[in-house]
Design a protein around this ligand. Structure first.
Ligand code: SF4
Length: 475
């Protein structure tokens, strides 16, 4: 598997449907398309007809994993789905989600977006099963609690109230048994999760509002940080299983991860990114001829920058849309072409021009360096790089694939050194205050640990992506 643009990895998409009278899996299938950007390594759906839970999952994109035959086998009116980017565990079939356990007569399926920071503690109590993910540990802990209280009618619900407080870190979950759909957000709400209402009857849980839109579902509300919503024949009810809550939505959802057509904290992601660009223009003005985005996530910020600076906006890089995460590891010849596999310059826009190149982040720096070279080779007279977020200096332990600080260029270099390294004529980053103001969500809590080093929770026990792999030295 190859990420040719070397962006921080998205952290999975989760989706759930409870819809009496309609086949849930076909709705989830479309919902997963809307969440494909959050994970391209594997996809899966679990569904229940009230008696049996069936799971189908595989490596690959949603369109590669599912066809008419596999969807036909996923019967029933309740279901959950998942698109995966590996933030713990490698990319292999056993790590695909939903994960499933059978405990007596109870069949449980779970899909997870996020990353636990106490997985090593849990691993001591629950040996991971076939897979090597923290999601496996979560379902093992839940299954053990269901088993303890088998005679209790509330089964899964009661088990979750008991077990959830032992999980630390980031987890937006969709969980189901034969008769109910449950959504959970950790007490900090690092990863998003929202609730929607289907036009006729039924409910939807989705990582992003774009997953509601694709089904014509009405946005009801975000699941609150620390909330558990239970959906069954009696309707929707809410529980608060955690002792305290402190909302800290990932600021990078606004910068890069969420779709521009989604909303978080009631704010349009596209509008927020446009505003980041406007603020970037006032914080780091430059005399130039054209503003060019790095597609696609840099587009709204580039539009905002151009509007605020009074410099024309133009497409100077075209995305080779269907190249990306594929099962075929590019050979050396293709790898040497690096970023060109994904982006191709338009010399007519760039030649002889003083170019402002807008991107949302610099993580390792190698991609930005190649982009600057690409734009210069296409004839640009000057290349001024502007980044619509602050320097990414600290590792994320909450579900982004950046837990190794040594790979982060801004952890060891100052801005001027980075400018020199990437070969730009100038470089400017949006300030943290500018980023927060651009979200225009007064009073809302954010995590910005990767930008500020201020972690909202204790991460001393957090470990790397491969902690639970059998070959990891920690095991
Ligand atoms: S550390 Fe950064 S990427 Fe991770 S959750 Fe916090 S803001 Fe998001």
């Amino acid at each position: 598997m190859s990420d040719l643009l070397a962006k921080p990895g998205e952290a999975c998409g989760v989706f759930g449907v409870y819809t009496p009278g309609v086949k849930a899996s076909s709705l989830i299938y479309f919902g997963l398309f809307a969440l494909q950007h959050r994970g391209q390594e594997s996809a899966g759906i679990a569904s229940s007809d009230g008696h049996t839970v069936t799971v189908y999952k595989d490596l690959g994109l949603v369109a590669q994993v599912f066809d008419e035959t596999s969807l036909a086998a996923l019967d029933g009116h309740i279901g959950i789905g998942h698109t995966r980017y590996s933030t713990t565990g490698s990319n292999r079939w056993e790590n695909a989600q939903p994960v499933h356990r059978q405990v007596g007569g109870t069949s449980i399926a779970l899909a997870h977006n996020g990353n636990l920071t106490n997985a090593s503690d849990l691993a001591r109590r629950f040996a991971p099963g076939l897979g090597s993910t923290d999601s496996e540990l979560m379902i093992d802990a839940i299954a053990a609690s269901v088993e303890d209280g088998r005679s209790d009618d509330r089964g899964l619900e009661r088990a979750l109230i008991e077990v959830l407080p032992s999980f630390q870190g980031a987890f937006s979950l969709v969980i189901m048994d034969q008769g109910r759909l449950i959504g959970v957000r950790d007490p900090n709400g690092f990863r998003p999760l929202c609730l929607g209402r289907l036009p006729d009857e039924g409910w939807v849980l989705s990582s992003e509002t774009a997953g509601l839109d694709i089904l014509g579902a009405r946005f009801v509300r975000e699941v609150a940080a620390g909330e558990m919503v239970v959906i069954d024949a009696a309707g929707v009810r809410s529980e608060m299983p955690f002792a305290t809550t402190d909302p800290r939505l990932c600021a990078f959802e606004f910068v890069y991860f969420a779709r521009p057509d989604s909303q978080l904290y009631g704010r349009s992601i596209h509008a927020a990114r446009h505003d980041m660009g406007r603020r970037l223009a006032s914080e780091h003005p430059v005399t130039a001829d054209v503003v060019v985005p790095v597609p696609e996530s840099g587009i709204p910020a580039a539009q905002g920058f151009a509007a605020a600076a009074g410099i024309p906006y133009a497409d100077g890089l075209v995305k080779n849309r269907y190249v990306g995460r594929t099962f075929i590891e590019p050979n050396q010849l293709l790898r040497d072409r690096g970023v060109r596999l994904k982006l191709n310059p338009i010399p007519a826009t760039l030649a002889g021009q003083r170019v402002v190149l807008i991107d949302d982040s610099i993580v390792r720096g190698s991609t930005t360096k190649q982009l600057v070279t690409l734009v210069r080779d296409a004839g640009a007279a000057e290349v001024h790089v502007r980044i619509s977020s602050p320097p990414y200096r600290w590792p994320c332990f909450y579900g982004m694939d950046t837990s190794d600080r040594s790979t982060l260029i801004a952890a060891s270099m100052e801005v001027e050194e980075i400018r020199d390294h990437i070969g730009a004529d100038s470089l400017g980053y949006l300030s943290l205050a500018g980023l927060m103001e651009a979200t225009a969500t007064a009073g809302a809590g954010f995590c910005h640990a990767c930008l500020s080093g201020e972690y909202p929770t204790d991460v001393s026990a957090a470990n790397g992506k491969y902690l639970l792999e059998p070959t990891h030295p920690g095991l």
